[in-house]
Design a protein around this ligand. Structure first.
Ligand SMILES: C[S@@+](CC[C@H](N)C(=O)[O-])C[C@H]1O[C@@H](n2cnc3c(N)ncnc32)[C@H](O)[C@@H]1O
Length: 186
């Protein structure tokens, strides 16, 4: 009887703990201004080409998710520096872990917080994969703070009040939801 009660208690505790962790993780992924939807490898390759990242550049990912984009950029150009901003706790923790695992800790800094509170003056190149409403809210800040000549790539979504400098079409592939990359010059 005692054994059964203990087993029941343990199973209940395990179920509650698992539900809390699962719910926190799930809500953590989707709560906030834009859900955490990672970019495909093809989109990352295209963005790297469009941004033309070179030695000494400072590259930001606004809403960096798990940092896959910055890690890939760093592998392609290790002599630039990279800053990822992420507001959601779980993608942020994943980003920290992924950067640590990749060995890029010196080159890639991940900051937890709201990119609206950051100053973008140091950025030469920006990557962001955000909904159009959020992009439009960010535009005045980007226009104010980015140095002249800075470039920005946004997969799929566009600013309503700024003209694209270039639009790259990606090869249609099954499961790839990003079909275009939009380049902006500031
Ligand atoms: C669509 S995901 C893109 C992730 C990554 N950049 C990629 O392309 O794989 C957008 C990310 O922006 C983050 N985000 C949304 N609003 C933010 C804000 N105000 N400050 C920082 N991060 C934000 C979300 O948490 C989410 O992880």
């Amino acid at each position: 009887m005692l054994f059964l009660s203990l087993a029941y208690l343990l199973i209940s505790m395990f179920t509650v703990a698992f539900s809390v962790i699962f719910l926190t993780f799930f809500v953590g992924l989707f709560w906030g201004g834009a859900p955490f939807v990672p970019a495909s490898q093809e989109a990352i390759n295209g963005a790297f080409g469009l941004l033309a990242i070179k030695e000494g550049d400072v590259v930001w990912d606004l809403g960096c998710g798990d940092a896959r984009v910055l890690i890939d950029f760093w592998r392609k150009q290790p002599r630039a520096s990279y800053i990822g901003m992420e507001i959601k706790p779980f993608p942020y923790l994943l980003a920290i872990f992924n950067v640590w695992r990749s060995g890029a800790r010196k080159a890639i800094k991940i900051r937890r917080g709201d990119f609206f509170k950051e100053d973008f003056a140091s950025a030469n190149a920006i990557y962001m994969y955000l909904f159009p409403k959020l992009m439009d809210q960010l535009l005045p800040k980007l226009e104010r703070e980015l140095p002249q000549g800075a470039v920005l790539v946004s997969p799929t979504f566009r600013f309503s009040q700024k003209k694209e400098g270039e639009i790259m079409q990606l090869k249609p592939q099954r499961g790839n939801i990003i079909k275009t990359l939009n380049l902006y010059r500031f």
